[in-house]
Design a binder for this molecule. Structure first.
Ligand SMILES: [Zn+2]
Length: 202
């Protein structure tokens, strides 16, 4: 992709910048740019300010590494939430998904990635040090590993289990099984095997 240059037209420049965003192809970038051209100056300013605000006002929570405007974040500050139960996720957006279900009332820790030796991402490149530091001081009795169910997520979960088990903290992993709405005949071997292994009393 071409770097925007000062001689490039204003609209072209906007299209190129939008095109850099994930899952925004050239056609979508064009559509968004012309949409923005038609919106009021006020609306465009609100969007620009919202973009600047996430860059300028957010930081990582010093307890759980979630992205937040205030430190500690609202979840870590919430006395109603069980401090002894910590759910480990790869990305801040995973917290949104889990919070949406309303079933979890503990706290979180965000790794900001997963261990991936093939990509050169080791334990030092994700926020494991911060987690271990927290486990030394906080009264945590259970760690729930909610990393993704791909190779990187599994590697990370195994690494953390080895690290945390000696600390006399219970380590659990989110149950793996069939996604809701799955027809058995279309499930892959790995999913079916895990669903069978992880079966629970009904
Ligand atoms: Zn926090």
């Amino acid at each position: 992709m071409q770097e925007p240059t000062p001689t490039m037209g204003t609209v072209d420049r906007l299209i190129q910048e939008l095109n850099r965003l994930p899952s925004i192809g050239p056609k979508s970038a064009q559509r968004l740019a012309f949409h923005l051209l038609r919106t009021s100056a006020e609306e465009a300013r609100r969007l620009a300010e919202a973009i600047m605000a996430v860059k300028e006002r957010t930081r990582l929570c010093s307890v759980c590494c979630n992205i937040t405007d205030t430190d500690p974040c609202s979840i870590c500050r919430n006395e109603q939430r069980d401090q002894g139960l910590v759910c480990i996720v790869e990305q801040p957006q995973d917290i949104l998904a889990l919070e949406h279900t309303g079933v979890f009332h503990g706290r979180y820790h965000v790794l900001h990635g997963a261990i991936s030796p093939t990509d050169g991402i080791g334990a030092d490149n994700v926020r494991i040090k911060e987690l271990m530091h927290r486990l030394e001081n906080d009264q945590v009795r259970e760690i729930i590993l909610a990393t993704n169910t791909n190779m990187e997520g599994e590697t990370t979960a195994m690494y953390l289990t080895r690290l945390i088990t000696p600390l006399n903290i219970k380590v659990t992993r989110l149950a793996r099984g069939l996604p809701f709405g799955t027809e058995l005949e279309y499930a892959d071997d790995m999913t079916l095997t895990r669903a069978m292994e992880g079966r629970q009393e009904f």
